[in-house]
Each structure stands twice: as C-alpha cells, then as structure tokens.
Design a protein. Structure first.
Length: 322
C-alpha cells in the first residue's frame, strides 16, 4: 500500500451490497483499499471486477476475531443487514456487532485511525417520534426476534462513544436508513429486492399488513457519497448522523411503482405483519444537510429502474447457467 497519509482504507463488510460500492468509490478517489469480509451475507461476485486492481486487496476474515493490519481509516460495515440473514444466526449477529466493534475500535486505537460505524435506523425501533431525529432514543424490544440486530447496533454505538470518551478514538457514527440499488441479494428479504424479484418472475407481490406502513428509500450511490463526506470531515464530528432519503413511501406505493416499471402482471398478496415491524420509518436529515452539505439526489423511480435492470440481468444469467 502507498505511504500517503490517510490513503490506506479498511472496509469491513466490503464484499457486501453497500461495502462493495464504497470500495469502488474509494478506489476511484485514489485510495488503497483493504476489503475484509467473511462472505456470510456478502459475495465475492460483488468485488470480482476489482480483483485485478493493484490498489485493492481482499481478505476473508470474521471481525469477531482481532485483525492486525496497518491502516489510516476504517469503515466498519460488517454485519448482516436484512432480517433473513441476521435472524439466521442471531447469536452470531450480536457477536458481529459487539465483538466486531470492539476489535475494530481496538485496531483504531492502536493505529490512530479514524473509524466510521455503519449503524442503522433500527436503533429507533418502532418509533413514537416521526420523522426520527438523532436525539430520539428509540422504542426497541430488547428480547424480540429482531433484537440481535437492533440491540447489537445500539451496543456498538455505545462502544464507539465510550472508546471516544475514554481513549479519544476519532469516531464517526452514521445511522443508515433503507438503502437499495444494484448488488442487493435477491434472497435478502428486503422489500425492494422482494418486490422486484417477484415482479420480474411473475410471482405474487407479498405485502405485509395492509401495506400502509412506510419506508424511505435511499439509492446506494447517494449513501456512499455521504459516508465518504463524513469520513473526510476534520474536527470532533462524532455524530450520530442520520443518512437516508426523507421522502416517504407506503409499501403499496412502492409495489405499484415496481409493477409500473417492470410491466409485470403480478398480483398483490397480503400477509400478516411480522413481529416488531416498524409502522413508520423516515429520517430527519437536517444534521446531514448542515454538517455534510448532503442530501439524496436520486429519485426513487430513477434508482428503481437501475436496480430492476441489475436484477433482470442477474436472474437471466442465473437461468442461463442452470
């Protein structure tokens, strides 16, 4: 790796959906990138196009074990982020959040690296405050089926701020709201990928509850731009900072838009709402606007079209290979 200051970047979870896009953007800026992933929910396919790049290195590693490398900056994105994956092995999910944060913070302390934690809107739980500002403490079930992720991320935030206060580690904490785009897994159980895959295959589109619950969808390129802006800020800028798109859509509105863009004749099928599924989710991004000069620029229709094209190619390739 090069010796220039702040040029050696570690991305944990770098073979994941968001992490792989972040690796792309960092390399485009001239950084050397060390991508670390145990490939549980990520995929080497997401970073295959980077393998010939001399500034890129991939290491298969589980962050619940210590990592001894020399880096200048750390983006800690390691953790399954969809309910299907983080509920598959909930104990490991907690360990990834808590032990992983501890190990990466220890690395940041030793190397003097600035470290960014990819936290989540799930720390707000099923919110009583709408939209959700960073000052809101949340309404989270600590013993439910989603708790391994929600409380794991909350504990990771605690560790980050304790390392900052006790050891003066230079931290950045972001709370990521629903993000979508190419390289999402077709089986990840998230609503955007579910709807697109169902529509493209002609299967019924599954809507939980009455479809009135809302989400705010941020295109992955916009999110990566915000992550890089926040990491580059100098000074005591710990956050947390909400990152997401404040434009709110109901599940029914999303389903109708996916049907329109795919031209699918899929029917809507309504099922019971999962346990602890939030009824509303919308970020207050005033801090991101003020601190980072950032807000999303990709409209949902535009981002969905790109994502549909990706899934169309992916599913066709999978069908031709079988």
């Amino acid at each position: 790796m090069h010796e220039e200051s702040d040029n050696r970047i570690l991305v944990t979870g770098g073979a994941g959906f968001i992490g792989s896009h972040l690796c792309d953007a960092l390399l485009a800026k001239g950084h050397d990138v060390l991508c670390v992933d145990n490939v549980f929910s990520g995929s080497k396919r997401n970073i295959a196009h980077l393998q010939g790049n001399s500034a890129f290195e991939f290491v298969r590693h589980d962050v619940t074990y210590p990592l001894f490398v020399e880096v200048d900056r750390i983006f800690n994105l390691a953790c399954p982020a969809s309910p299907v994956h983080y509920q598959f092995d909930p104990i490991q999910t907690v360990k990834t959040n808590v032990h992983g944060a501890t190990n990466m913070l220890g690395l940041a302390k030793r190397t003097g690296s600035r470290i960014l934690q990819a936290s989540t809107s799930e720390v707000y739980g099923d919110p009583h405050t709408h939209p959700q500002p960073e000052e809101y403490w949340g309404n989270v079930n600590p013993i439910g089926p989603r708790s391994c992720y929600d409380e794991g991320k909350r504990c990771a935030e605690t560790l980050f701020f304790d390392y900052h206060r006790q050891h003066r580690v230079d931290i950045r904490v972001v709370r990521i709201f629903n993000t979508y785009g190419p390289r999402m897994r077709p089986d990840d159980g998230r609503v955007v990928s579910n709807f697109i895959v169902q529509a493209l295959s002609g299967a019924p589109i599954t809507i939980f509850g009455k479809g009135t619950q809302t989400r705010s969808f941020c295109y992955v390129d916009d999110l990566v731009d915000a992550l890089m802006r926040f990491m580059s800020l100098e000074g005591d800028m710990t956050g947390p900072v909400n990152l997401g798109n404040p434009v709110e859509f109901s599940m029914l509105e999303l389903a109708e838009l996916v049907l329109e863009l795919t031209g699918s004749k899929s029917e809507l099928r309504f099922e019971d709402l999962p346990t602890d599924d939030p009824r509303q989710r919308q970020p207050d991004i005033d801090k991101a606007r003020d601190m980072l000069g950032w807000e999303p620029t990709t409209q949902l229709k535009q981002g969905l079209s790109r994502t549909i094209d990706y899934f169309d190619d992916f599913l066709n390739a999978a069908e031709n290979a079988s």
